[in-house]
Write a protein that binds this ligand. Structure first.
Ligand SMILES: [Zn+2]
Length: 303
């Protein structure tokens, strides 16, 4: 069976560069101009009286003002864009070319993919492992209304399941990233199944539900991995097309560009691992995707 090796270099390449994120805060005028259209400005100014709270335009304007204040508070260059509503018809997702295994289709194995087929100008944020548990990260993403999907490995999260329960209570999805984060192609089928099904059981117990989405550690898998994952109740095995670090981005594609529907990876890491916090990492992520006109959408809305 064929082992597929993805992006191993990103695990070992922590360059310790100086951070530039702290200088990101801009003037209020810039922030407001990014989101307030003429209609909401008119409504907010009220023409002859305070806007009624039930007026949808006034509500939108108030929400824009709230988001702009949050963006300033967290030091973003611009207000993050609002994603379109979830697609009425889910896209058909298949394995990326070259990422399929033998019997991918006829055994109906979970597809490994890096980009969701969509015309929406969105990217998806996925965050792996679970080592760093930064309460400011939870607050930031909640205040900015940025959805994300966490792929958890039990050996890193078991000292604080409550942190991830809180994350889920804010509307984010928790998914399977194995019990111990092994290099799965080096394990037997039974060992792989123990790693994946074992994490399903932990998640059912700790979070009330076994997920249907799984990411193999390091993006490494073989046919046994996908057969085992399917046996454990998994239907999708997304990996990623870009990875964002606190001080740089890495790309799978040679042209180093974001695409519609791209899945972006980052990690629950803090100052123990790199020169910055989760908040710094998210600032780098959001500044780039917003600057390039992408909104952050919820991956599960497209599955
Ligand atoms: Zn991982």
């Amino acid at each position: 069976m064929r082992a597929v090796v993805q992006n191993d270099k990103s695990r070992t390449r922590f360059r310790r560069l100086a951070l530039g994120g702290g200088a990101a805060a801009l003037a209020a005028a810039t922030l407001l101009s990014a989101c307030a259209g003429p209609e909401s400005v008119r409504s907010a100014s009220g023409h002859g009286g305070p806007a009624k709270p039930q007026d949808p335009a006034a509500r939108r304007a108030a929400e824009h003002a709230r988001l702009a204040a949050a963006a300033r508070r967290w030091g973003l260059d611009q207000v993050p864009l609002t994603p379109p509503p979830p697609p009425a018809a889910k896209p058909r997702i298949t394995a990326r070319d070259g990422f399929e295994v033998d019997h991918q289709e006829d055994w109906n194995l979970p597809p490994v993919f890096t980009t969701v087929p969509t015309r929406d100008k969105v990217v998806f944020l996925t965050i792996d492992d679970g080592a760093e548990k930064d309460p400011r990260f939870l607050a930031m993403m909640r205040e900015l209304k940025i959805p994300y999907t966490a792929f958890l490995s039990d050996y890193l999260v078991k000292d604080d399941y409550a942190y991830f329960r809180k994350m889920r209570s804010y509307g984010n999805t928790l998914n399977n990233h194995t019990l111990h984060h092994p290099y799965l192609p080096g394990l037997s089928y039974e060992e792989q199944k123990d790693e994946i099904c074992g994490m399903q059981a932990v998640m059912k117990k700790q979070f009330g539900k076994a997920p249907t989405v799984f990411r193999p550690p390091y993006g490494n898998y073989n046919q046994d991995t996908l057969v085992a994952a399917k046996e454990c109740g998994i239907t999708y095995a997304p990996i990623w097309n870009e990875e964002v670090f606190v001080d740089h981005w890495e790309y799978r594609e040679d042209d180093k560009r974001l695409r519609r529907g791209d899945i972006v990876l980052t990690h629950f890491r803090g100052r123990d691992d790199w020169d910055g916090t989760m908040v710094d990492d998210m600032r780098r992520f959001l500044n780039k995707v917003t600057r390039e006109g992408y909104a952050v959408a919820r991956l599960e809305d497209y599955l």
